[in-house]
Every structure is written in C-alpha cells, then in structure tokens.
Design a protein around this ligand. Structure first.
Ligand code: HEC
Length: 176
C-alpha cells in the first residue's frame, strides 16, 4: 500500500516535470519567435544610415541596433529621451538639427567625434566640461564603460530611430 502510493507520487512528479519543461520550452520558443518578428519589422532601409562626411552609407546589423538602443537608453536617455535635449531643447537629436550643426553631426563618425570632443552648435566653443564625452570620463564616469564600437552603435541608433518612430523622435521637426 505504502509502496503503491510512493509509485503514484513518483509518477505524478515525473509527469509534472515533463509538463513544466514542455511549457517552458514552448513559451521560450514563442517569445524568441515574437522577438524575431519584432526585429524583422526594423527594415534594412531604416537601419541604413550615413557613415561619414563623404556620404558613405552603412546598414547596421540588428545586433548593432539593439546595442545602440540599449546603451543610448542607459547613458543618454536621461537627457535625450525621445531625441530631445533636456536643458537645451533647440539642439535636439533630430537628423536635420544634427545636419545643420557646425560641423554637421548627421553621420556616425561625426557623432562619435562629438562624443569624444563635444562642441557648441556653432562649432566655435568646447563643451568638454558640460557634455559627457570619453575624453573627459573623469568628469562623466558612465562614459568609461562605452567602447568605440558602443559609440558607433549609439550614433547609428540616433540616426536610425527617427526613421522608425517618425515624429515621436524630437517632435519630427528641426528646431534650428
Ligand atoms: C546631462 C545631460 C546629457 C547627457 C547625459 C547627454 N547629453 Fe547629449 N546633449 C545635452 C545637451 C544639453 C545638448 C545641447 C548642447 C548645446 O547646448 O549645444 C546635447 C547635445 C548633443 C548632441 C549634439 C546635437 C546637435 O543637434 O548638434 C549630440 C550628438 C549628443 N548630445 C549626443 C549624446 C549622446 C550619444 C549621449 C550619451 C552617450 C549624450 N548626448 C548624453 C545633454 C546631455
């Protein structure tokens, strides 16, 4: 009697483990399928951005885009949420505002340059002590964690995101 009870309990336990594993595996498959469906929606066109002043273009991989988005959210979004610039809303991150800066900041290399030596919008002054940069990571310790490829990914994200979310990025209009 006692042994049969033990067998039943054992069987129930095995059945439970099998069912739980199946549920876990299927939900995981479901989530990863959803993940790739979301990723597929970010078209190559949206991920193709200008690389340098010569106008060469580059298509960000989905992974680069995801890295750029994550790093932007953790290091920049407290001031640049949705592409705005909190304490100076005129100098936002819309692609047109970036294009009208001196020098133009509407490509990956020039944004990475800004994140190394940030300058005023007219290009005449240095913002090194005011804007986070990797050259003054003593003042902005968060910048220490960003590698050169993280900076490129962030820059790529800044140029790709407005093509995906439209007017939700910096209100869609240049302020300058
Ligand atoms: C403490 C707030 C703050 C943080 C954090 C910050 N920024 Fe900025 N950023 C600003 C402000 C304010 C401006 C406008 C500067 C000016 O007055 O010219 C600006 C300007 C810029 C510009 C130039 C925009 C243009 O139209 O010319 C770029 C590019 C930029 N930030 C990128 C970044 C990135 C990328 C990060 C994260 C690594 C970041 N910023 C983090 C506040 C911040």
């Amino acid at each position: 009697m006692f042994y049969t009870l033990k067998k039943v309990v054992n069987k129930a336990l095995v059945a439970f483990v099998v069912v739980a594993t199946l549920v876990f595996v299927f939900s995981w498959m479901g989530f990863s399928w959803m993940g790739s469906a979301i990723a597929i929606e970010i078209s190559e066109t949206s991920r193709t951005v200008v690389l340098n002043d010569a106008g060469e273009q580059i298509t960000l991989s989905l992974e680069d885009f995801a890295i750029g988005q994550r790093q932007f959210n953790s290091s920049c979004a407290q001031c640049h949420i949705d592409g705005g610039s909190k304490t100076n809303p005129d100098v936002d991150l819309s692609t047109l505002t970036l294009a009208n800066a001196t020098p133009a900041r509407d490509n990956i290399e020039s944004i990475v340059d800004y994140l190394t030596y940030p300058t005023t919008y007219d290009g005449l002054g240095s913002l090194e002590e005011l804007h986070p940069s990797i050259s003054r990571s003593d003042l902005f310790p968060r910048m220490k964690d960003l590698t050169e490829s993280d900076l490129s990914a962030i820059a790529g994200y800044i140029l790709a995101e407005p093509k995906i979310v439209g007017d939700q990025w910096a209100g869609g209009k240049p302020k300058r």
